[in-house]
Design a protein around this ligand. Structure first.
Ligand code: NAP
Ligand code: 8YV
Length: 320
């Protein structure tokens, strides 16, 4: 009988996923950082057949190089910005990830944020809890922005972007999108210039890939094009938006508001945002439902099982 493959787990995962992995593999935890991690890799790095990580935890070139017998990576998440897929691919190591199973949940959260910022839901909740609704003399609660029939600009019309666009039809919204290439056979108009999309949109939802190519794609100029009546929703990666420029634009009310699931240096959120009413911040929860996280976990397991059975991964990250 072949010995059980040995996996290195780089961070905490769902308990159900950890149990499943432990049933089928010998699993070791990577120390979180620093000297302990370096010493562990130097002493034991050559023991591992597989690496289990996540979109947030990633796998950089140094970690991959520290695992000389590594044969497969399985990541919990769809984002590849923290995984050096090119370094893995140069050694013939396939990278499994979890596309599609989270499209609905991420699109749902994008819409929850869009509705919440447009209709001032968090602000209204704070207003009621503070007793300001019942106060005498009464303070009028400010009017929101109608969502039905509004213009929605989507930055990135991939798997999740298309799911967001479909949600918009239920609100009779007008949809246009920006990406480097137009997407074939979709009903929505492609806008090759992000600035033009921002000028047109009432709501700009960001759902591109992260990484160097999209770093600060949404900059001060794009925010000014969106303007004081426009709202930004970011469910992609914090790095896609120039966060310092966004803070200034919000403070100076040069955009109407922003609802953010992701930040440039998570879990750090610029404290200036905490005092602004035209902002909603949530802690990177777009895929965080029981149903979606279980489906992602299953994909992590399926990718590993296929690899160790000598089959292609059901969801292998593109290598170029
Ligand atoms: P996808 O299908 O690969 O779509 C990515 C989209 O980004 C494509 O439309 C692509 O179009 C566009 N894009 C890439 N580079 C661009 C650039 N430089 N300028 C403009 N558009 C660009 O990916 P997906 O499954 O929809 O996921 C998208 C991203 O969402 C993930 O990579 C991840 O970072 C993020 N995400 C976040 C959460 C969360 O919890 N907040 C959860 C899941 C995913 P072109 O290549 O034609 O430009
Ligand atoms: C998760 C994500 O929060 O899939 C992604 O790219 O950002 C989210 O689904 C992440 O995978 C957990 O690390």
């Amino acid at each position: 009988m072949n010995p059980r493959p040995v996996l290195l787990q780089s961070l905490s995962l769902l308990p159900t996923l950890e149990r499943q992995l432990a049933e089928n593999y010998t699993v070791h935890r990577l120390p979180s950082a620093g000297a302990e991690r370096d010493a562990f890799l130097a002493a034991r790095g050559s023991e591992f057949d597989g690496l289990v990580t996540s979109a947030a935890g990633g796998a950089n070139a140094a970690l991959i190089a520290g695992l000389p017998k590594l044969r497969v990576i399985s990541s919990f998440g769809v984002g590849l910005d923290q995984i050096d897929v090119a370094a893995a691919s140069r050694r013939g190591i396939p990278v499994g990830y979890t596309p599609d199973v989270l499209n609905d949940c991420v699109a749902d959260l994008a819409f929850a944020l869009l509705l919440a910022i447009g209709r001032r839901i968090s602000e209204g909740d704070r207003f009621v809890r503070a007793g300001r609704w019942a106060a005498k003399p009464a303070t009028p609660f400010p009017l929101g922005r109608q969502v039905s029939g509004a213009k929605l600009g989507i930055v990135g019309l991939g798997r999740i972007g298309r799911t967001i666009a479909r949600r918009a039809s239920g609100f009779d919204m007008h949809v246009r999108y920006h990406s480097r290439r137009p997407v074939e056979a979709v009903a929505w108009d492609h806008e090759p210039q992000l600035l033009e999309l921002a000028r047109w949109a009432d709501f700009l939802v960001v759902i591109t890939a992260g990484g160097a190519e999209t770093r600060h794609l949404v900059n001060a100029e794009v925010l000014d094009a969106l303007g004081p009546k426009g709202f930004l929703v970011n469910v992609a990666r914090g790095t896609v938006v120039d966060e310092a420029a966004l803070v200034r634009a919000l403070q100076e009310k040069r955009i109407g508001g922003a609802a953010l699931d992701v930040f440039e240096r998570e879990p750090h959120v610029p404290p200036e945002l905490f005092t602004l009413d035209n902002v909603i911040v949530v802690p990177h929860i777009a895929s965080a439902t029981v149903q979606t996280r279980e489906a992602m976990a299953q994909r992590v397991v399926d990718n590993l099982a296929a690899f160790f059975a000598g089959k292609p991964l059901p969801s292998a990250a593109p290598t170029a």
